[in-house]
Design a protein around this ligand. Structure first.
Ligand code: PYR
Length: 375
């Protein structure tokens, strides 16, 4: 087999004829194996998400390899939810494996560093759960099929307000993590725009497990609703402690709440969680029904949003390659930026040439232990 990528002195790959196929779309055939690198958090704090992402991605790659014409090799690295490990894992995929496209990482915290390397190397990269503000702006090779948290919240907070008619809110956030801080700023802005009075404002560090001091203040504030920006590691003890203390007001969160794992862990405490997210198991499109069934069959557990977004990223890269039947990095980048109303398990998505996704969010509330669509 010939070398898939030829590095120029600038570090960027030069065009390789073996990556240009014949035919287009469903009839595209490329001789060379197309290498997709993925850095996911499979151990550590974000493994709850990374394990779903791995499964969603592997399911998609298996399905794509059963279609004729293009063979994909998935090269997966575990960043163990650690920034330095994420940086070296990304370097391995870029320099050792010379991948044609990248997917991941799990956390925005890592992406703010690793996307700089992917951008410098000229490797098209698709984020799957990197929801913080400023991600696509890192460069022209950086895309995401990950609904920005500010867009999810811009829908979920007004939808929650319309449905629950709250007038006062308590806000609480993890002020160490980039994603939860960026989300908190969006939440605060949305509440102000709605004219909601913020009667308590509490913070905590990422690794915190004891929230009773802050929750006591929130209880005393008499807020109608708690708006929370936290990673799942903190959300689970926080919500459990709130419910144990008798705080039974609705708790509104963003993307990170959108997981059956969350409901499973919280059990009865999950009642009245309101979630704005990129995917819903309830969306009854043909593709989503097939995906949820295949996922359940393959892994013996229900799919979640993380799995759905990883699955979508692989299909998105495949669509971009098939568009001009060319797996060279610049061609993938150009075609990713042209995807418009592409049907996915997230619903129709559009990627702009500058890397941002447009899609409709799903707003859900937990009732009787199940996510129910509010919109
Ligand atoms: C983020 O880090 O952006 C997530 O949504 C988990």
């Amino acid at each position: 087999m010939t070398s898939a990528c030829v590095q120029s002195s600038s570090g960027k790959a030069e065009e390789d004829d073996t990556l240009i196929g014949t035919g287009t779309g469903a009839n595209c055939t490329i001789d060379e194996v197309v290498k997709i690198g993925a850095v996911l958090s499979l151990d550590g704090g974000a493994a709850f998400a990374g394990s779903y992402q791995q499964q969603g991605l592997e399911l998609a790659i298996d399905e794509l390899n059963q279609k004729s014409g293009i063979t994909y090799e998935l090269i997966l690295e575990d960043d163990k939810t650690d920034l330095q490990t994420s940086i070296s894992a990304t370097e391995k995929l870029l320099e050792r494996d010379e991948v044609h496209a990248m997917i991941g990482p799990t956390l925005s915290n890592m992406a703010f560093s690793t996307y700089e390397d992917a951008q410098d190397a000229g490797v098209p990269t698709v984020g799957i759960s990197t929801t913080a503000a400023g991600i696509p702006e890192i460069g022209e090779y950086i895309f995401r099929v990950s609904l920005p948290e500010e867009v999810a919240l811009a829908s979920s907070i007004p939808a929650a307000e319309a449905s629950l008619e709250f007038e006062t809110a308590a806000v609480m956030h993890d002020n160490e993590d980039e994603f939860t801080t960026s989300a908190f700023e969006s939440m605060h802005q949305e509440l102000q725009d709605l004219g909601t009075e913020i009667v308590a404002n509490e913070t905590f560090p990422t690794s915190e497990t004891e929230f009773r001091a802050q929750l006591t203040k929130i209880d005393e504030s008499g807020a109608d609703v708690l708006v929370l920006s936290a990673l799942p590691g903190a959300t689970i003890p926080l919500v459990k402690q709130a419910r144990e203390m008798g705080i039974d007001i609705p708790i509104v969160g963003g993307n990170a709440f959108n997981s059956p794992v969350m409901i499973g862990n919280l059990e009865d405490a999950s009642e009245n969680l309101v979630v704005g997210g990129a995917w819903s198991a309830e969306a009854d499109t043909e593709g989503n029904i097939a995906f949820t069934e295949s996922f359940q069959d393959a892994y013996d557990r229900p799919a979640d949003q993380f799995a759905a977004q990883a699955y979508t990223a692989a299909y998105t890269i495949d669509e971009a390659i098939r568009a001009s039947c060319n797996a060279n990095r610049d061609s993938i980048r150009t075609e990713l930026g042209r995807l418009s109303d592409f049907e996915t398990v997230l619903g129709p998505i559009t990627l702009s040439p500058d890397g941002e996704i447009t899609q409709d969010p799903y707003i859900q509330i937990v009732k009787d232990g199940e996510f129910t669509l509010l919109n």
